[in-house]
Design a protein. Structure first.
Length: 295
């Protein structure tokens, strides 16, 4: 505001009327030191914010005058050159706005603003398969997401296993046991977030030098099938109806009807027959018994 001081001196003479008005305007401008602000927005990703707080020697105080997180002031503001803004009370991916108020004659430095940057869209950074494992790295996950591993099999893509996501924004690393067949193997991963959005990896392939599986006893099987190593399997009848499926190296087929079947082992169909037990007529059995006695 301006303060106007008006001073008028009036001198009235008997003979001479003399009016002298002196008007003095004194303008006083109100001055203030405008505060500066730094505003950070993002989401909580499990890490705190660190700020460098310069010291102002001529004012004998530090630069930062206030910190607000989601409009709540930070109580007991530390009078130090380094401040840690504790965000541990927030949930992962919860939205955060930080407002740092400081003297206009200086400027604090936010050391790690990237730790609350808004999560970008999910992405597979790396998918790789070797002899023993399937490995992948992701970014942009959110809590509650899941992975599904699929393998290309005899009847098309089939889900092998479901794995819960780690849910961190920063890089997440995974490694699981491989499910190789002898020869060519193709895999792909699908990530589904809690909103139901799906993200699919590229298809990855691997050629395995495992020995082929051998089935015992052969084409005629009565009650049990033995395999040279464990694997998943499916048994169909001649009408392509699925009869048995499972995982292992011993398969009980005694519940099957008599007849022709085929089993899928590592994407290869292998035919077998479950024959009817041989029925020996009663007379023949009696003659056989008598001949044995005679001998």
């Amino acid at each position: 505001m301006s303060i106007i001081l008006q001073i008028c001196f009036c001198i009235i003479g008997k003979m001479i009327l003399r009016i002298t008005c002196v008007v003095i305007f004194v303008l006083v401008a109100r001055t203030s030191s405008f505060a500066g602000e730094i505003i950070l927005t993002g989401v909580y990703q499990g890490r705190n914010i660190f700020v460098r707080n310069p010291y102002i020697p001529d004012q004998n105080r530090f630069c930062i005058t206030g910190i607000f997180v989601n409009n709540f002031p930070l109580n007991n503001l530390p009078k130090t050159s380094a401040i840690q803004i504790d965000l541990s009370g927030f949930s992962l991916n919860e939205e955060i706005t930080i407002r740092i108020v400081h003297d206009d004659s200086c400027r604090p430095l936010v050391v790690n603003p990237e730790v609350i940057k808004q999560a970008r869209e999910f992405e597979f950074l790396y998918v790789q398969v070797d002899d023993l494992s399937i490995n992948w790295i992701t970014t942009g996950e959110s809590p509650g997401g899941v992975f599904e591993l699929e393998k290309l099999k005899w009847e098309g893509w089939e889900k092998i296993i479901q794995i819960p996501g780690k849910g961190q924004f920063d890089n997440n690393q995974y490694s699981i046991e491989a499910f190789h067949y002898t020869g060519d193997n193709s895999y792909k991963l699908t990530y589904t977030n809690k909103e139901g959005e799906k993200f699919m990896s590229e298809e990855v392939s691997f050629y395995s030098l495992l020995d082929p599986i051998v089935m015992y006893p052969g084409e005629k099987i009565y009650d049990w099938i033995s395999l040279s190593r464990e694997t998943d399997y499916k048994i169909y009848n001649d009408y392509d109806t699925l009869m048995i499926k499972g995982f292992g190296d011993e398969i009980n087929v005694s519940m099957l009807d008599y007849g022709d079947f085929y089993i899928i082992l590592e994407d290869e169909p292998v035919r077998f027959n479950r024959p009817k037990p041989e029925i020996i007529p009663r007379k023949k059995r009696k003659k056989d018994q008598e001949s044995k006695k005679g001998n």
